[in-house]
Ligand binder design. Structure first.
Ligand code: PBE
Length: 268
């Protein structure tokens, strides 16, 4: 209704994702930093968040979600990030490839490829869009890899194939990481001869799994801010192979048809 506050329109609720994610941590901090005491952050999953967004959007209803880039939702809907003048969500970040200690000695071929693996937000978005359109993640990943031989060759040229060695990739079911992990899996299997096990876990266990050596690698380390707590907690127990993607963003996201522009506006 006209004149009612944004809070009234959305029931003082922000639709979140999985509780272990850095994004939920940041959103929690934002509620405190902006003094949004009557607001609540709803826990759920990436999938539940996008379903809620889709429903609201189709009816042009107000909704606030926790969101991030790269993500297919920015291509499918007209959305905007709410301004974050206190910079609680941090600036642009990188996604890092993180491997267990001694992987280089144990699995040199995989290590070399993982060390070289890097792509652009637009690449990841292509894989995400195809999954969103109904392709299975494995299919979307293999299509992208076969359609981008130049990029893929730069990652693998000169690396000898192995004969069916096993390797375990940990990941969280975030749309961005479903895409990247499936691409890495497909390259390891089809180009380098590995047998890959994909282990879906929550964010904390993903970092813990690399640190304990239960998993070999992950391509889902959002740094320096989003996963800072995990990074510090397990420091010295993993190897950081650096960024595989540069130019991410996190924040509170609303449909463009909403007039609110800043997190600060939610306090009124
Ligand atoms: N995300 C996507 C993750 C990292 C990748 C932003 C939802 C997080 O918040 O931890």
């Amino acid at each position: 209704a006209t004149g009612s506050s944004v809070g009234d329109q959305v029931g003082y609720s922000i639709i979140g994702i999985d509780p272990g994610s850095g994004l939920m941590n940041a959103a929690d901090k934002a509620l405190k930093a902006y003094d949004l005491t009557s607001w609540k952050l709803i826990e759920g999953s990436s999938t539940a968040m996008t379903i809620a967004l889709d429903r609201a959007y189709k009816e042009s209803k107000p909704i606030i979600v926790t969101g991030w880039t790269p993500h297919w939702m920015f291509a499918k809907y007209e959305l905007k990030y709410l301004a974050d003048p206190k910079n609680v969500f941090g600036g642009d970040e990188e996604i890092h490839t993180i491997v267990r200690l001694h992987l280089q000695a144990d699995q040199p071929a995989a290590y070399q490829f993982l060390d070289r693996f890097q792509w652009k937000p637009a690449d990841m978005e292509q894989v995400m869009a195809n999954i969103q359109e109904g392709y299975k993640p494995e299919e979307a990943a293999s299509q992208w890899v076969e359609a981008n031989p130049d990029k893929v060759n730069a990652w693998i040229s000169g690396i000898p194939k192995v004969g069916g060695k096993k390797i375990k990739l940990a990941y969280v079911a975030w749309d961005s990481e479903i895409s990247s992990t499936n691409v890495v899996k497909y390259v390891l299997e089809s180009k380098l001869g590995y047998q890959v096990d994909m282990l879906q876990v929550e964010a904390g266990p993903m970092w813990a799994g690399i640190a304990s050596g239960d998993a070999d690698a992950m391509v889902a380390g959002w740094l320096p801010t989003t996963h800072q707590d995990y990074y510090e907690k397990f420091q010295g127990k993993f190897e950081d192979l650096g960024p595989n993607l540069v130019g991410t963003k996190l924040g509170l996201v609303v449909p463009a048809y909403m007039s609110v522009t800043s997190i600060e506006d939610l306090a009124v």
